[in-house]
Write a protein that binds this ligand. Structure first.
Ligand code: SF4
Ligand code: SF4
Ligand code: SF4
Length: 191
């Protein structure tokens, strides 16, 4: 598959069909890395539990491949879900903030945190870091309208990309601060 007339690369066209839950259950770091792997012929089209059969069919049509069932090793299809924090039990440790790929959790240190339900993709990544197990997943409404589903996925992709950019900027600032301190300690000019 070559770049389309719209100028999109094959990976971008594949990514446009993925749900943007950013859960990593495909065993890739997010929807975009999985799309890149499919485009490179390194991953099969049946590894996205949140997308399930609908996504497999869409990818099969795009890539002219046969439809096949979800790969057993990625687990069952995930229903639409949304995280909810029991604020009465939340200790405000903020450990759930960084793992959220779409920055859907808000709160300050030592204060109860909350989930912005409209932003949450139901990826489950905030659950393991919570030391008091006060985050639960609740069923969310299924979106059957194709346009609405794509619009929701596009918004999640944008939030994910901003989250990734922020993490990269923070890592770069940390690297520069470390290098500056190291050079000062040696009596060298800062970078
Ligand atoms: S929604 Fe999850 S499983 Fe599906 S492609 Fe994105 S990261 Fe992978
Ligand atoms: S709040 Fe939790 S379940 Fe929702 S997107 Fe963020 S990490 Fe995923
Ligand atoms: S990890 Fe759990 S306890 Fe800590 S801020 Fe998040 S919801 Fe609250």
């Amino acid at each position: 598959m070559n770049a389309s007339s719209s100028g999109q690369t094959p990976a971008e066209r594949i990514d446009a069909l993925l749900p943007q839950t950013q859960c990593g259950r495909c065993t890739y770091a997010g929807c975009r890395p999985y799309a890149v792997a499919i485009a490179a012929g390194e991953a099969d089209i049946n590894r996205c539990p949140p997308g399930g059969e609908r996504t497999i069919r869409a990818l099969a049509t795009l890539l002219d491949l046969p439809v096949r069932p979800l790969a057993p090793e990625v687990g069952p299809q995930t229903p639409p879900q949304v995280a909810w924090i029991d604020e009465a039990r939340c200790i405000g440790c903020a450990r759930c903030i960084a793992p959220c790929p779409v920055d859907a959790i808000v709160g300050a240190q030592k204060l109860a945190h909350t989930v912005i339900a409209d932003h949450c993709t139901g990826c489950e990544l905030c659950l393991p870091p919570c030391p008091v197990d006060c985050i639960e997943l609740r069923p969310a409404a299924e979106v059957n309208d194709d346009f609405a589903r794509r619009e929701r996925a596009d918004l999640a992709r944008g939030r994910y990309e901003r989250h990734q950019a922020r993490l990269a900027a923070e890592a770069e600032a940390e690297r520069i601060a470390f290098e500056t301190a190291r050079r000062r300690a040696r009596g060298e000019d800062p970078p």
